[in-house]
Ligand binder design. Structure first.
Ligand SMILES: Cc1cc2nc3c(=O)[nH]c(=O)nc-3n(C[C@H](O)[C@H](O)[C@H](O)COP(=O)(O)OP(=O)(O)OC[C@H]3O[C@@H](n4cnc5c(N)ncnc54)[C@H](O)[C@@H]3O)c2cc1C
Length: 443
């Protein structure tokens, strides 16, 4: 039988995994990456000679259950790092993952009592974060109502509402309940009373960029050809690719016609990343600060040296993550450094006296899928359109328009390859791929 030819679009974790697995299955594989380097969201950003990840990236032990993750970790080991996160609420800091008992104590008699009371009330009302996990469109009551009924008014006001506004910049009533299930239900407040603390996380020496280089090597050693063509492929290009199968890990909307795109509403929100170099500083013990409150532009700040695990140079590099929310995509925060420094000092992350020798800003335009209420039937239809030719399989975070971790992105690519290799037509893929719409983001 003649060798079958596959084209993989996108050179992030999902695309590289798909290329590797297809080549191992005996396919002739060409992988097309639109950037100058592989890795997608896991490509490195060099800052002061440090290979910084694009925002705080880490893996947790369950990720090793994904075969591609485990095999890659054999080649480039994942090192254990001690976890030391802080959440800033009401002018105080609490260990992350958050323990509700600490929080209630820290907020004092009134605030803590109100918070615990609202959670107990919500619990007694019989609503549970895990109940009705299937995101049925008829019952999408929206983010605000979903969270309020499960965590109570006080917790909703303290964390969830400001968090939603910061990330999506939309009224929580317009957002789907899926945003709560997928992005915040792993930290359902009630569970925090007894959930064991995760004391460590996994990170590859040299950063995730080096890990992606290792994945690209596995793909090429298995016979895949990686072409970094710097081309963004759109609907017509994808339809005309000369291949028996196309695994598309670029944006799902690129696989749709303009009319289909309009109907599908596959919007995103972006993320501003700012790296601040403090040449004469030293990292403290904290790896990440979480700042859900509206007074801070940033939602998360990480100490890059504590992820890389060994000094790449002297000093400190902080990575400040500012969700796009209501900001314009071309906003330049480096022009507002005074205000950013004031906020970092207020959060006790960086003292006012510290000398910042370099600032780098980068905007990642489409990182958070914007699930509006009733998104599910639109998404199902979009997938069906994308797969209608019978030979195109969308996979990964962008291909499936998902909130997901990198191990989910890699596992969905392995899943798609299994289906391609079994001889199935991609018209059956939307039904199979639906299970990926249910994953929850681990932080
Ligand atoms: C700030 C942040 C922090 C995160 N932290 C974690 C974490 O701690 N742990 C974790 O497990 N996960 C984390 N993630 C998620 C993780 O980064 C992603 O799930 C994973 O990198 C997705 O890989 P992917 O290949 O599916 O997508 P991507 O990496 O986005 O790759 C998609 C590829 O397709 C290309 N492409 C897009 N459109 C087209 C087109 N039209 N034509 C051709 N090519 C196209 C892109 O350029 C890119 O090369 C985080 C994500 C973000 C944004």
């Amino acid at each position: 039988m003649a060798t079958r030819k596959a084209i993989v679009v996108g050179s992030g974790a999902a695309g590289l995994t798909a290329g590797w697995r297809l080549a191992q299955a005996g396919w002739q594989v060409e992988l097309l990456g639109p950037e100058a380097q592989v890795g997608g969201l896991l490509a490195p950003q060099p800052v002061a000679g440090w290979p910084c990840d694009l925002g705080a990236h880490r893996l947790h032990a369950p990720a090793l259950q994904v075969p591609a993750v485990a095999e890659l970790a054999q080649r480039i080991p994942l090192e254990k790092r001690r976890r030391r996160g802080l959440v800033l609420v009401g002018g105080r800091s609490f260990n992350y993952p958050l323990r509700l008992t600490d929080l209630a104590q820290g907020l004092g008699l009134r605030g803590g009592g109100e918070l615990l009371g609202s959670l107990v009330h919500a619990r007694l009302s019989g609503r549970h974060w895990e109940r009705q996990r299937a995101p049925e469109p008829q019952s999408d009551i929206g983010f605000g109502e979903f969270v309020r009924s499960r965590s109570g008014e006080a917790a909703y006001r303290a964390f969830y509402r400001p968090y939603a506004d910061k990330v999506w910049g939309l009224d929580p009533a317009e957002l789907s309940q899926s945003c709560a299930k997928q992005r915040v239900s792993s930290s359902a407040p009630w569970q925090l009373l007894w959930r064991p603390q995760r004391g460590e996380f996994l990170h590859p020496r040299g950063g995730f960029g080096a890990w992606m280089d290792g994945l690209a090597q596995l793909a090429t050693q298995s016979g895949a050809r990686v072409t970094l063509c710097q081309l963004s492929l759109q609907h017509g290009d994808l339809a005309n690719l000369d291949a028996d199968a196309v695994v598309h890990t670029g944006h799902l909307s690129a696989a749709l016609t303009p009319d289909q795109q309009l109907a599908a509403q596959l919007d995103h929100r972006g993320l501003f990343l700012l790296w601040l170099v403090v040449a004469d500083g030293q990292p403290g013990p904290v790896d990440t600060w979480y700042t859900p409150e509206a007074q801070f532009w940033f939602g998360r700040v990480s100490e890059v040296g504590n992820f890389l695990g060994h000094p790449h140079g002297r000093g400190r590099v902080l990575c400040v993550e500012i969700p796009q929310g209501r900001h314009a995509a071309d906003r330049d925060f480096t022009g507002d450094l005074g205000e950013l420094r004031r906020q970092l000092a207020q959060a006790k992350i960086l003292s006012r006296e510290a000398e910042v020798s370099e600032v780098v800003q980068r905007f990642l335009p489409a990182v958070y899928p914007l699930f509006r209420r009733g998104w599910l039937p639109r998404w199902r239809l979009a997938l069906r359109h994308a797969c209608a030719s019978g030979r195109l399989w969308p996979a990964g975070r962008q291909g499936l328009w998902l909130h997901c971790n990198l191990d989910h992105a890699m596992a969905s690519a392995e899943d798609a390859v299994r289906h391609v290799a079994s001889g199935g037509a991609s018209t059956q893929w939307p039904e199979l791929a639906e299970r990926w719409s249910e994953v929850r983001v681990r932080d």
